[in-house]
Design a protein around this ligand. Structure first.
Ligand SMILES: [Zn+2]
Length: 1042
């Protein structure tokens, strides 16, 4: 548009402020004439402080004479990175310092923002790192390089973007001609195809010489940067998407129906022909999928790959309900493989999508009459499940995935068949066959992917991150493109890196800006006297901490003394993290993004930098620490709190104990030190508190917990055992609960509209129906009226002499329930937020601020509630708080799944090692948890490891889901809760780890030799047996579940 002779464009752009911060800015912009090229020595431009590009006149012959290579490394050439290279090789850009001194055009950053939000944020950080010499070039707003969108109507986005790149590059080339005597400016793209496209757009032959691919870049720089050769495999991958796009496929067999266009979908949804839904694949059978649709009671079932029509797990799809005759017999809950597990990693992965970019705004159009009729019909259908098919993809998941490529000889017969179909259907010349490989994603809910590389052998036996691209209707596989290598397949490091990637855990080191927020004295930091003066000084108190063995991030410590009036004083002292993490600071923003520390078997990924996590905040023994305390006076006879106080304090812990040491001290009758007497008092009070809570209807839940012993390098599990609980576990837990409840009450009384709390919704009858039915079949009545009646039902579901059954019931009850979640009180009535599992009206998280961001927020709320500080605007904004709660729930769930995957990995490695060691079969006892279409799900008694006994080459399993029983090898009838003897076979099939369970025989109850051993060990040494009913011998509670 031309107004008054000046070019004007409306645009969104990213503006780099003086502070170095880049912000998004929507504005009506006039094209500028004074944007510099960024070369610090350019005589033609008005330079600013951002002009950081270097060009030096180095004769090629002299290069080897230069001693300081760090200085010289990239001053010969300037690179302009294009959008494709930046998107597809982002990890290369981030990790490979040989690529510096480059121009990042505005167009590219905008493109990245739309395509991959994580890379976008990463790139913004990278620009700030001076040593990389990245110049952010406003090509879109520069008169010389601005390209009007209207020029290319009908040409497609790819063409338009390339055109913009070509124009920017051409300008640089011409602009720097005089300065560089030519040949100093390069356009870096990622494929031969793109290179050819650029060559056809550019006019001068000189210019064309300098369009290079990643492979060219590596070759040009490898002499001085040998590490670049590691990336050669990626550089040589071939863009099969564009290669195939050019082929004539008219004679190929169409495997799938065409997808609708975006407009067709929008109109169809509006008119009521289609629904919009979130697509999810079953974890057991890829042929089964479902879609969650707003307004529908049940999800729609999508059976068969044809009906799934190339949708990937997590995609937002457009679906059409199939005619009624195709609806299927009602699924019993037990038919649904995942029915009993409320927690499905699929949901976590799908939810990760919400972190991608901004939420699109939806037009709120009321559904048509036809659609309302159809929805009513679906919602009232009782006999059948409604089936549907995918007609288009509205929004792809757009995530990257970890996995491995299969060598051709490792392909299973089924994969081979698909591979051959691919070759035939996609018209691949026989000579090229060796260049193609099948990639197997780690996530079993994703299909195999096809990739093409010039040297695929170099990529075998490794783990990669890959992006799934286009899926043509003629192809049995989607196309993929490698992003990053993780390492050798099967190694703990590699596998853990993949787990963290799959669950969106940020493993990047903390940025310079975050580190700058830490005390400059570092580990030498001492508490300043004026800080001590402001606080309650408890340094002379006999405070101690009790944690798992080897715990380095110690959040909490306790004390208990007898007051002169005979009452007890109990103090719970929590690391004062907010003293170091100020609201709104860079370190706070980073913690708000990460939300939680993630624990894998062999390592932690911290929410806060190590200096705080392991040192300045960690309540180590013998060191003075700042704490935030809740202190009660507890009546000596009733053991009820008569007074509670919240104070900022300073303490000096006497000892950082582990559970077992603390237990031994308590149990040692000759130990009468202050420390031990304090612990005994705490245990005595905790026992009463716990009994009281149980009477109120708190549920005793359980999860199998397996503990691994690792070798010295922490690369292999050498031993596994069930986690042994002693009474000091619940002692600590009781006081943490007490503190959390007390803090919840305090912050709600002051900030009823935006307090951050935690709730555990009562399970809906339907959700827990499968579990209740199983209990009924075992002859136990279940009342779901309240958590109290449910708790009592669980207590009754007890079989004397069958401790594993009693424990399994608790585990299954836990599974069938919802997870507790964070929420902002603004969204709820106080009556709605009852914590079902704990049977308390209000609950929050206060006790672990080192590793949970919720606790950081709660510390700030509490500090404000007792008038120590005031709240920032963000904290009083209920919408912001609600959004932060969503983020915390998402990150928490991902962290939990990452931990589970790590346990699975180590379990597999453990059995694998054991198998090698023993050179024989591993035989274990297991109990049947449920029988589904897929087979029998069982849990091994000794470790709490779960597995599936499925129909396979090892055994014949005929399942009758109606009667909930399975006929094994045509002879033995198996039902839920039967005890079996099984063989464990750890196998890797196409790089997917599987622990196969093989049926040997059924064991009659009574025959179980040593079945009580585990229980004995658990309670062994559990000093005080005055706990609630001793019969609940297997009761445990995991703090994490609350
Ligand atoms: Zn210039």
């Amino acid at each position: 548009m031309i107004i008054g002779g000046a070019d004007r464009v409306n645009s969104v752009k990213f503006v780099k402020l003086k502070s170095g911060k880049i912000v998004r800015h929507v504005d009506e912009q006039y094209l500028r004439k004074d944007i510099p090229c960024g070369v610090s020595t350019c005589p033609l431009c008005d330079k600013n402080q951002q002009c950081n590009l270097q060009i030096e006149f180095v004769q090629h012959a002299d290069v080897e004479m230069v001693e300081d290579e760090q200085v010289m490394r990239n001053r010969e050439r300037i690179y302009i990175v294009d959008h494709l290279f930046t998107l597809n090789q982002y990890d290369f850009i981030e990790n490979c310092e040989a690529l510096s001194n480059f121009v990042l055009p505005d167009t590219v950053l905008r493109y990245l923002n739309r395509k991959n939000i994580q890379s976008f944020h990463g790139m913004k950080n990278l620009i700030e790192q001076e040593q990389r010499q990245i110049y952010y070039f406003y090509n879109e707003n520069f008169k010389e390089t601005h390209v009007k969108d209207t020029q290319f109507a009908g040409k497609g986005l790819d063409y338009k973007l390339k055109r913009k790149m070509a124009v920017a590059y051409d300008w640089y080339f011409q602009h720097l001609q005089g300065l560089t005597k030519g040949n100093k400016v390069y356009l870096l793209t990622d494929s031969l195809k793109a290179k050819q496209d650029y060559l056809s757009m550019l006019k001068g032959d000189d210019v064309k010489l300098n369009v290079i691919t990643m492979e060219d870049f590596i070759v040009m720089n490898a002499a001085r940067h040998p590490e670049l050769m590691n990336y050669m495999g990626f550089a040589q991958q071939v863009d099969i998407e564009s290669e195939q796009a050019a082929k004539d496929m008219s004679t190929s067999e169409e495997l799938y129906e065409d997808h609708l266009t975006f407009d067709e979908m929008q109109i169809g949804i509006r008119e009521g022909k289609y629904f919009k839904g979130r697509f999810m694949t079953s974890r057991v059978n890829m042929d089964e999928a479902n879609a969650l649709v707003d307004g529908l009671k049940d999800d729609l079932i999508i059976l068969g790959l044809k009906n799934q029509n190339r949708a990937l797990n997590g995609d937002t799809v457009c679906i059409q309900v199939l005619p009624e005759k195709d609806w299927v017999r009602n699924f019993k809950e037990s038919d649904m493989v995942n029915a009993i597990d409320k927690e499905d990693p699929a949901q976590a992965i799908s939810a990760a999508d919400q972190e991608q970019g901004e939420e699109e705004r939806e037009e709120n159009i009321p559904p048509s009459k036809e659609k309302i009729t159809l929805m009513q019909k679906i919602n009232t259908e009782k006999e059948r499940r409604v089936t549907a098919k995918v007609v288009g993809i509205i929004k792809p998941m757009n995530k990257t995935y970890g996995g491995s490529i299969l060598s051709q000889q490792d392909q299973s017969a089924e994969t081979r068949k698909k591979f051959d179909l691919f070759m035939r259907n996609m018209k691949i010349p026989a000579a090229d066959i060796d260049l193609y490989r099948v990639f197997v994603p780690f996530n079993i809910q994703l299909p195999q992917v096809i990739v093409k590389a010039l040297d695929p052998h170099a990529l075998e036996k490794k783990r990669f991150i890959l992006r799934i691209g286009k899926w043509m209707k003629y192809s049995p596989f989607p196309f993929g493109q490698f992003i990053r290598i993780l390492g050798e397949e099967g190694k703990m490091n590699t596998e853990s890196a993949m787990i963290l990637h799959e669950f969106n855990v940020d493993t990047r080191p903390f940025s310079q800006k975050v580190i700058q927020c830490l005390p400059s004295a570092g580990a030498e930091w001492k508490i300043p006297q004026e800080e001590i003066d402001k606080r309650l000084d408890l340094r002379t108190y006999c405070v101690c901490s009790v944690d798992p063995i080897g715990c380095k991030d110690i959040d909490d410590a306790l004390h208990c003394i007898e007051l002169p009036n005979g009452n007890y004083e109990v103090g719970v002292h929590i690391a004062d993290v907010t003293h170091f993490v100020r609201a709104g600071s860079e370190i706070d923003k980073e913690a708000a993004r990460r939300c939680t520390t993630v624990y894998l078997v062999e390592k932690r990924t911290d929410m806060l930098p190590g200096l705080l996590t392991e040192n300045l905040c960690s309540i180590r023994g013998g060191v003075e620490r700042l704490t935030f305390s809740v202190i009660w006076e507890i009546d000596k006879t009733t053991l009820k709190a008569v007074k509670v106080d919240y104070r900022k304090t300073v303490i000096k812990s006497r000892a950082a104990l582990d559970y077992y040491t603390a237990q031994k001290m308590i149990d040692n009758p000759d130990d009468h030190t202050d420390l031990t007497e304090g612990l005994r008092r705490l245990l005595k009070i905790a026992t009463v508190l716990r009994d009281r809570r149980n009477l109120q209807g708190a549920l005793t839940l359980a999860s199998p917990e397996i503990k691994f012993k690792l070798d010295d390098k922490r690369e292999n599990p050498t031993d596994a055992s069930e986690y042994v609980h002693v009474s000091t576990h619940y002692m600590i837990e009781e006081f943490m609960l007490l503190a959390n409840i007390a803090v919840a009450e305090k912050i709600v009384s002051h900030y009823p509209s935006f307090a951050v709390l935690r709730r555990h919704p009562q399970p809906k009858e339907k959700e827990i129906a499968a579990f209740v039915e199983q209990l009924n079949k075992q002859g136990f009545e279940v009342s779901m009226e309240s958590s109290k009646t449910f708790a009592e039902s669980l207590d009754r579901a007890y079989k004397p002499g069958n401790p594993f059954f009693n424990k399994l019931i608790r585990i299954m009850a836990t599974r069938s329930m919802n997870q507790a979640v964070y929420f902002c009180l603004a969204d709820f009535d106080v009556a709605e937020v009852f914590h079902y599992g704990l049977a308390v009206p209000l609950y929050t998280h206060f006790t672990s601020p080192i590793r949970r961001y919720a606790d950081v927020l709660v510390h700030r709320l509490l500090a404000a509630a007792i008038d120590i500080t005031s709240l920032t605007n963000d904290m009083t904004d209920k919408f912001k708080m609600a959004r932060q709660c969503d983020q915390m729930n998402r990150k928490n769930r991902n962290a939990r799944f990452a931990s589970m995957a790590s346990t699975e990995l180590n379990t597999f490695l453990f059995f694998k090692n054991k198998q090698v060691e023993r050179q024989g079969d591993i035989i274990e006892e297991a109990m049947v948890m449920r029988i589904t279409k897929a087979g029998m799900f069982v849990m091994i008694k000794s470790f709490g490891v779960e597995g599936l006994i499925a129909d396979s080459q090892y055994q014949k399993v005929q399942v009758d889901t109606e009667k909930e029983q399975a006929l094994v090898n045509g002879a033995e009838l198996v039902r839920p809760f039967d005890t079996l003897k099984i063989k464990i076979l750890p196998e890797s099939v196409e790089f997917r780890r599987q622990i196969k369970f093989i049926y040997i025989s059924r064991i009659e109850v009574g025959e179980q030799v040593g079945a009580g051993d585990v229980e004995m060990a658990e309670e062994g040494g559990a000093g005080e047996q005055s706990l609630s009913e001793a019969k609940k011998s297997s009761k445990k509670r995991k703090n994490k579940q609350h």
